[in-house]
Structure formats: C-alpha cells, structure tokens
Design a binder for this molecule. Structure first.
Ligand code: HMG
Ligand code: MG
Length: 296
C-alpha cells in the first residue's frame, strides 16, 4: 500500500551546491531558494556551517540564513560546536548533524572517527533540544562506503538508535554514493521503521547509478513518506569519491504525481527555479522533467 502524501525535503541549495566547482554568488543562491519556496517546498536544507577551507562554496552560510525567508522548516548543517554557534547566531531554527556509519568516510568528511563525532555532538544535541531547536541527524554511508564497501544493516540501526536516544527529531538516512538497490532499500527502511516507530525517517538517495527512483519506490513500499531530493539533480559530497547528484526533485515529484501521491509541489515552478541556477553551475542540467520543460 502506498501513502497518500509524501514530504519532499529540498537539499539543492546545500547538497546540490556544495559539490559545485563554480563559486555561485549569494544573490543567485537566494533567488534559487526563494523560487523553490514558491514552488511549494516547505522543508529545505539552506546551507551548511562548515569550515570554508573544506567547502568554500558554503562560506556565505550566515548571509544565506539571514536573508532567506523562514517559512516551513529551513535546515542548516553543522559539523561541530562552532557550526552550531554560528547557525544559532544567524537565526537558524532547525539544525542537522551529519555522521557516517563508516569510520573511514567520517574521517575524510569531518576529520574524526564516528565515535569521536558522537561524543562531540552529544552535548550539542542536548543543548539544542533544551532550546526547542529542531534537530535532524543525517546518517551517511548507510548502504555502501567508498572506502569500506558494504555497510552492515545492524551498524546503521545501532547508530540511528543512538541518535533517537539523544532526542533528535528526524533521521535522514543516506545512500551517499548511490550504490543501493531496491531490495536493500526496502530492507533497511522496513527495519528502521519497525525498530524506530516514533521518529521521522527520511530517505536520502544519490543517483550516481540511476537507481534512485527505483530505490524511492521500494522505500515507499516499505512505508517511507519523506525524501530528500535536489532540484536539477545537483549534488554530491566532495569527500565521497565518485558520488554524483542527488535524485532530482522534479523527477521524484513526477513519479509521485503519477502514482496519485500528493506533495504540494509544482513541477513547473521547480523547473523555473532550476532555470535560475543553471547558468551559474558548471554543467548543463539534464533531468527527465527539466528536459521536457526546456524542450517546450
Ligand atoms: P578540522 O580541520 O579538523 O577542524 O576540520 P579544526 O577544528 O581544526 O578547524 C579548521 C579551521 O576551520 C579553523 O580555522 C576553524 O576555526 C574553522 P582556522 O583557525 O584554521 O582559520 N572551522 C569552522 N569554520 C566555520 N564553521 C565551522 C568550523 N569548524 C571549524 N563549523 C571540520 C573539521 C568538521 C571543520 C571539517 O572537516 C569540515 O568542515 N567538514 C565539512 C565537510 C562537509 O561539509 N561535507 C559535506 C556535508 S555531509 C554530506 O554531504 C552528506 C549528506 O548529504 C548525506 C549523504 O549523502 O551521505 C549529509
Ligand atoms: Mg548527500
């Protein structure tokens, strides 16, 4: 049985742009964000407060948060105490932490082991929850790691349970390098929904091998009703070799529309938002629905 409604969490301004080698101007990012909001997006990752030495594209995080409209849930990523402080000062009301199930990936991405990351962010989460901030936990390499290969389902569940015990509001569970198949997706998300029934669980698929839509359909069947997607299919983690874009918002909304599942998002307007950012990124955008939009 498929759900009647699905929530799309737009990650284009963050995951989409962080891997983009052209430095996009703050004003152009803000126009993209605003156009996405006008398309009906109510939850979005706006930016990340990370080291500008590591990810120069996100150096304008403060301006992005201060100058965008905070309707719905606007999320910012933070890796550490400094990031949290900067995010809260800028006015963020929703914060996401990101940790890899795989130690090797976590080392490459945030320069410490997964256990050290958990130790460091535990008091930060407790503090944010006492201030009524929405906390999301992004779980990277939940299926495969570019350095360690296949990840065990039990290890993913263990890490997710730790976050739930810390009181986070949402888990976003990621196929970082787009290597999962639909059976693996169904099995992991069924197990998570079964073990952790009282928390929002979101699926985050990268489309490296063009399996993301199939994985989304399998996750819907497992009972998932929340998906991270990126307008234009932009995206990828700079510290995950070979990782390419996230699954495209417009193609996911099309899939859901065709199944009679409501999202509240207007594909035409998502395509208008993409047409604003396309001139500023280093490659042409060629997702299914955006090509159709441009060919008319
Ligand atoms: P480090 O070098 O070990 O940290 O990096 P450090 O504490 O030694 O700091 C280095 C410098 O950065 C210092 O500046 C700090 O002040 C500064 P300096 O003294 O040299 O001038 N700094 C910061 N500046 C701004 N904001 C901060 C911050 N922290 C330190 N928050 C660190 C450790 C975590 C900082 C670094 O590794 C980092 O920034 N990593 C971020 C990597 C990243 O953004 N990855 C992509 C996001 S995750 C992702 O895409 C996956 C996801 O989509 C799910 C999936 O698909 O899997 C979520
Ligand atoms: Mg990602």
């Amino acid at each position: 049985i498929l759900p009647k409604n699905v929530t799309i969490i737009e990650v284009g301004p963050r995951d989409g742009l962080q891997n983009e080698r052209n430095l996009v101007q703050t004003q152009d990012k803000l126009a993209f964000i605003q156009a996405l909001q006008h398309a009906g997006i109510e939850e979005m990752e706006l930016t990340s407060f990370v080291s500008p030495k590591w990810v120069p594209q996100m150096a304008d995080a403060k301006e992005i948060v201060e100058q965008s409209e905070h309707i719905g849930r606007q999320i910012v990523l933070t890796p550490n105490a400094k990031g949290v402080e900067l995010a809260i000062d800028a006015g963020a009301k929703s914060v996401a932490f990101f940790v890899g199930v795989s130690n090797s990936f976590n080392q490459k991405n945030i320069n410490r082991t997964t256990a050290d990351s958990m130790r460091a962010i535990t008091p930060l989460i407790q503090d944010l929850k006492s201030k009524d901030i929405f906390v999301r936990a992004c779980i990277s390499t939940a299926f495969y790691c570019p350095y360690e290969g296949k990840i065990q389902l039990e290890d993913v569940i263990q890490l997710c349970k730790q976050f739930v015990e810390l009181g986070v509001d949402e888990l976003s569970v990621a196929d970082t390098i787009g290597q999962a198949n639909p059976v693996e997706s169904y099995n992991l998300f069924s197990a998570l929904l079964n073990e952790l029934p009282n928390i929002l669980i979101t699926a985050h698929f990268h489309d490296t091998r063009k399996m993301a839509l199939a994985n989304i359909f399998a996750s819907l069947q497992a009972g998932i009703q929340r998906f991270d997607t990126s307008a234009g299919g932009l995206g990828g983690c700079p510290f995950a070799p070979g990782a390419t874009g996230n699954v495209a918002t417009e193609d996911v909304v099309h899939l859901l529309d065709s199944l009679g599942i409501q999202t509240g998002i207007d594909i035409e307007k998502v395509c208008e938002a993409i047409s604003l950012i396309e001139p500023h990124v280093s490659r042409p955008i060629e997702t299914g629905m955006y090509r159709l939009y441009k060919s008319r």
